[in-house]
Design a protein around this ligand. Structure first.
Ligand SMILES: NC(=O)c1ccc[n+]([C@@H]2O[C@H](COP(=O)([O-])OP(=O)(O)OC[C@H]3O[C@@H](n4cnc5c(N)ncnc54)[C@H](O)[C@@H]3O)[C@@H](O)[C@H]2O)c1
Ligand SMILES: [Zn+2]
Length: 369
């Protein structure tokens, strides 16, 4: 049962990865709460599937008090946050209790933010139930809700005490969500290098996206990579930013498709294709990145093809940024496993790479600066 520590001194915490390890959860939670109380906040879908089982287990530790949050991004709102505050405060939570979030990135972002702010900070932990949650959202203490002006605009850094990644839960994840999570695995592959590329290639060629013997080591490598970055740059001012590989393009493609049409991880696959193209500025680089570009290509048939409004996509890349005086940042690869942060990119190169990534999408709108 691999266990990776996010090394943040006194606030260090373990990310535990395994399959079918529910029985081991009880002593972990007991250690965290001692004689204090447990508040469990579930994603509705996760509650329907696993609530009874988890409830039974957690009763061995304490008498948990539960709240269920509607599934999906639409729950990262002040209204749901308010519901959580009402629940916690009416149940008279104290700063010695523990809040446990059970679900994917939506629930960990929302519950983490509630934990960061209620009574000025209450300890929390996550049982992560999506692939994206396990390799990304649950680790690193970034918590947030959305605002009408954009995603994740209101939030805080508040590290959990434990992240629990039991891959048995992935068996019920809708396949689009699983593939979306794989977009993030594909990102880590570019950041980490050849060793992971070989493993991800074998996993994809194996044809079984729920082959845990192959998936779990990929989750472990990704978590280890992110844990190291978080320990080195907790508040995302420098090195942690490389985690945005493929995301500048991915975000633009997500916007171009119209919000909600592509999952974040699906848009990321196309975004990585663009970033890989833009990284190959010299023949030597192109050659070095070829196996990675090929791997990205093999993911492309797995993602849907909504119509993309190029004008909106390009606006997301440049115009929105210009308004705030920022230049768009691109994480590129010098070679596999060697990310660099670049701001001085030529508009024309960005345009070419975007068009390359979207070559088999139906496109509308015009690309102008
Ligand atoms: N904090 C961070 O560092 C960070 C990083 C990346 C993403 N995020 C955030 O994460 C969110 C996306 O997370 P997500 O992709 O996990 O989405 P999600 O939490 O919405 O879960 C996806 C869907 O799967 C369902 N689900 C969850 N677990 C399931 C299971 N085991 N079986 C069946 N269905 C299940 C949920 O009900 C939901 O409908 C976004 O809001 C994003 O902003 C945060
Ligand atoms: Zn992402």
């Amino acid at each position: 049962m691999p266990e990776i520590s996010v090394k943040l001194g006194k606030r260090a915490y373990p990310v535990v990865i395994g399959s079918g390890m529910e029985h081991r959860l009880v002593p972990r939670i007991r250690k965290l709460i001692g004689r204090n109380r447990l508040f469990v906040i579930y994603d509705a879908q996760v509650y329907a599937l696993y609530g009874q089982r988890l409830g039974k287990l957690l009763k061995q530790v304490a008498r948990p008090v539960n709240l269920v949050i509607p599934a999906g991004e639409k729950s990262k709102t002040p209204a749901q946050l308010g519901r959580i505050y009402d629940f916690l405060l009416s149940e008279k939570i104290t700063r010695s209790d523990l809040i446990l979030a059970c679900g994917g990135g939506v629930v960990s972002d929302l519950v983490g933010y509630a934990a960061a702010t209620v009574l000025r900070g209450v300890p929390w932990a996550v049982i992560s139930t999506t692939l994206l949650g396990m390799v990304d959202a649950s680790i690193g203490g970034k918590t947030a809700i959305n605002h009408a002006r954009g995603k994740n605009l209101v939030g805080a850094f508040w590290q959990p005490r434990l992240v629990w990644c039991d891959t048995q839960y992935l068996a019920t994840l809708p396949s689009r969500e699983l593939i979306g999570g794989m977009g993030e695995l594909l990102k880590y592959t570019g950041l980490i290098g050849q060793s992971v590329l070989t493993k991800l290639r074998a996993f994809i060629d194996g044809g079984d996206l729920l082959d845990m013997s192959r998936l779990q080591p990929l989750i472990v490598s990704s978590v280890r990579y992110k844990a190291n970055l978080v320990a080195a740059d907790e508040t995302d001012h420098s090195r942690r930013r490389v985690l945005n590989l493929g995301h500048t393009f991915g975000h633009a493609i997500e916007v171009g498709a119209g919000y909600g049409r592509l999952l974040h991880g699906e848009a990321l696959v196309a975004g990585l294709k663009a970033a890989c193209h833009m990284s190959g500025t010299t023949l030597a680089r192109k050659r070095a990145l070829q196996p990675y570009c090929c791997l990205i290509e093999s993911f492309m048939p797995l993602i849907p093809r909504p119509r993309i409004d190029l004008h909106r996509a390009f606006e997301a890349l440049f115009v929105d940024k210009k308004r705030t005086g920022e230049r768009p940042k691109f994480i590129l690869l010098e070679k596999l496993g060697q990310p660099i942060i670049v701001t001085n990119v030529k508009t024309d190169e960005v345009r070419k790479s975007l068009m390359f990534a979207l070559s088999d999408f139906e496109l509308t709108g015009e690309l102008n600066d």
